[in-house]
Design a binder for this molecule. Sequence first.
Ligand code: NAD
Length: 281
Amino acid sequence: MEHVGIVGAGTMGRGIAYVAITHGVQVTLYDVAPGALESAAAQIEAWLGEATARGRLDEGEARRARDRLRLSATLEDLAGAEIVIEAAPENLALKQEIFRQLDTICPPGTILASNTSSLSITALGAVTRRPDRVAGMHFFNPAPIMRLVEVVRGLATSEETVRALVDLARRWGKTPVVVKDTPGFIVNRVARPFYLEALRLIGEGVADPPTVDRLVRALGFRMGPFELMDLIGLDVNLSVSESIYHAFFEEPRFRPHPLQRQMVQAGRLGRKTGKGWYEYE
Ligand code: NAD
């Protein structure tokens, strides 16, 4: 594996790009939004600086990693990649359109992976002529730090594709877990009550976000549900909540909470907008 294409330079795309370039892989990072690529490059530069300052990378390694990153606003530039990892917004129609385009741009052997948190890998593969080479490669936030990667096997995904992604995750220092294509896979399925019950608590006025977060941290979790929603992005968290709810045919256990939508309507998306359940510098 020498060249990986990444679609979407947001929170996850830039994190995955950092992991790849610091493990010897050339990356073409693509985005459509003005400024997204520059912002991703600045963040990656900051991570490289931090890693050098802490002695995790020497100056030469950081320079070589930097040289492996290409930014592009042209999807066709991903044609030379052996694997493309899509990290665009959590919207099935949008992702299907991207997969349709990638299918025409990339040679038939290229693996097309999605970083989706909850959407059907089978539905993404179905819009391509290579559903056997379509799979999920679900990194967690922040991608440079979190070791778990869910490798998601769609109904038509081949064993060879699963093996290639498991090997790649291992080479990148990650811990891959192969999961079935089911709404939310394992982690986001298990995490539903973590967020939703906490939202119900504050919705009913039982406690406020800092209290719930403190209690959950006291139980041994690294972060409480509101801190984690702010890290993930409330827009992303709402999309994932809605996608899992609908995918289970409106199962009441998974019903999103009106407060999530209200926060998104207010533009309080968490750390990335400086304000969510908490305020940030
Ligand atoms: P984000 O909003 O931070 O970034 C999405 C990026 O995609 C933006 O830069 C946007 O400009 C770009 N984009 C929009 N339309 C595009 C298109 N047509 N082509 C290319 N780029 C396009 O979102 P994110 O948090 O990075 O999430 C991306 C994916 O990763 C989602 O599927 C999400 O569910 C998943 N995910 C997110 C997290 C998290 O904690 N944020 C964790 C794991 C997985």
